[in-house]
Design a protein around this ligand. Structure first.
Ligand SMILES: Cc1ncc(COP(=O)(O)O)c(C=O)c1O
Length: 488
């Protein structure tokens, strides 16, 4: 691809300034310049800052236009080198009209699960990585302890004790490739000690139910309400009470956003104590609590009965694939055995970099920044919904990177999801997280699970505007249908 430079002075954009919507005008001006060939493939566009200054528009507007046109295929963006006209832009509308079965490109993403990747601390990580690389003895680059390097296990044991109240000795910390692999290790270990089944929250990731099933465990569903997993089911239901384990998200139930009540925490530990079961604590976003101090980990109450699992997927980035377990003594050898048998090791340099980031204070700094960012976003989401869609209720504690939006009765989740998709916004319904086999009459009313972590800062407000517009579309349609019924 030839790369020619176009400064905003040389870039001939026919921008209709009479348009009240500057963003739409700029979007079509860039499209038109590409379509007409005035901007050829490979041409580099000015940075959003330069273009904004030249055209006297807000920088966010230009950034949003670039994001939109990248998603539509007109432009490509290469991190660190800029935004370019794509090699094969989409054929102009009219040459090949989009058919009804071609879904519109999804530009804005409010699905739960990802942090803001643009907030990854690149400089701090690079500095930690460089220090790790320059000081690591050669032996760390060989095959290492299947639990991970002592440097990271020690740093994590200290950090988890301080930040999450976890009782961890470095010997019982196991570094794994994200929570998913840690869960796989625990499930296989539980299987080898004779656990036949694991109780899983009735609303949870299908992915994790699949992981434990693949390890040979049956699953049973624990109902979930506003106090978190209903632990009474573990003692009261015959098919759950003899499960050898339960997988819980006590600090922030995923996806409903409830916190496991103190009484239920005690009941869960008592059940594990009485039956010898293991509680697997998925503490995926425990550090992110905004209305008060984070609730400490359940593991702190009963280290012999709880296998604690944490991850860097929310605090740093899921692509690092770094997670950790704190394993009760009785399962430790089994977990190590599972890792040895399948040759699972985590990159030594990544481990050393994370150990350095934690001990240099960079990890705490990143958590503090994340708390500020996501708290602001959660508040913005709540204020926007209260102001523009008051029929919708924001639910779940002020924590983590997602919230649940309870929809007014009579609204179908799939209608809102489809209305959002028509506005190029990706969002999910709560029902998609339900264990179809385990709900009985405990199905929750319609709701959306909204992840406010994913969009970059500049795209967040636009994503919220699209969400509100989708909710309004559905509200209007419902009102229209009601009026029609009355008229008939
Ligand atoms: C409930 C829950 N647990 C754990 C994780 C982290 O998984 P991993 O560490 O495998 O990326 C996520 C991430 O989306 C999650 O939603």
């Amino acid at each position: 691809m030839s790369q020619t430079w176009a400064t905003s002075h040389g870039l001939d954009l026919h921008l209709d300034r009479s348009l009240t919507r500057v963003r739409a005008g700029l979007e079509s001006a860039v499209r038109e310049a590409i379509r007409s060939g005035r901007l050829g493939p490979g041409v580099r566009l000015p940075s959003s800052r330069v273009m904004a200054a030249d055209l006297h528009v807000a920088r966010n507007t230009v950034a949003e236009v670039y994001t939109q046109l990248v998603a539509e295929g007109w432009l490509t963006s290469r991190h660190g080198s800029g935004t370019f006209v794509a090699d094969r832009p989409e054929p102009a509308p009219g040459i090949r009209q989009r058919t009804h079965d071609t879904p519109p490109p999804l530009v804005h993403d409010l699905r739960a699960g990802r942090p803001d990747l643009s907030a990854f601390p690149r400089s701090a990580w690079a500095a930690s990585y460089r220090r790790a690389l320059s000081t690591a003895p050669g032996s760390t680059l060989g095959y290492t302890d299947p639990r991970g390097l002592p440097e990271l296990r020690t740093a994590l044991a200290d950090y988890l004790a301080r930040a999450r109240g976890v009782r961890a000795h470095p010997d019982r910390v196991v570094i794994c490739s994200g929570f998913a692999q840690g869960l796989d290790n625990l499930a296989h270990a539980l299987h080898t000690v004779g656990a036949g089944a694991i109780a899983v929250e009735a609303y949870s990731h299908q992915r994790y139910r699949a992981i434990v099933t693949a390890a040979g465990l049956r699953t049973g569903a624990v109902p979930v309400d506003e106090h978190g997993a209903d632990i009474r089911a573990l003692t009261g239901c015959a098919h759950l009470s003899d499960s050898g384990a339960a997988l819980l998200t006590p600090a922030h139930q995923f996806p409903t956003g409830a916190v496991l009540s103190p009484e239920r925490r005690r009941s869960a530990v008592a059940w594990a104590h009485r039956t010898g079961a293991v509680l697997v604590e998925d503490d995926y976003d425990g550090e992110f609590r905004y209305d008060r101090h984070p609730v400490g980990a359940l593991q702190g109450l009963a280290p012999d009965h709880v296998a604690y699992a944490g991850t860097a997927s929310k605090s740093l980035a899921p692509g690092l694939r770094l997670g950790w377990l704190v394993v009760p003594d009785r399962l430790l050898d089994r977990v190590i055995g599972v890792r040895e048998a399948s040759g699972q090791l985590v990159s030594a340099l990544d481990q050393l970099a994370l150990a350095d980031l934690i001990s240099s204070g960079g990890y705490d700094h990143q958590i503090r920044r994340g708390r500020l960012r996501y708290r602001w976003r959660r508040d913005a989401l709540s204020a926007t919904i209260a102001g523009h869609a008051p029929q919708v209720r924001v639910d779940g504690v002020a924590a983590g990177l997602h919230a649940v939006l309870r929809l007014p009765s009579g609204t179908e989740e799939r209608d809102v999801v489809a209305a959002a998709a028509r506005r190029h916004l990706s969002v999910e319904g709560l029902a998609g997280y339900a264990d179809p086999a385990g709900l009985g009459d405990r199905r929750q009313p319609p709701a959306l699970v909204v992840g406010y972590g994913t969009p970059a800062d500049h795209a967040f407000t636009a994503a919220l505007a699209r969400l509100v517009a989708a909710l309004e579309d559905c509200q209007r349609r419902r009102q229209g249908a009601r009026a029609l019924t009355r008229a008939c």
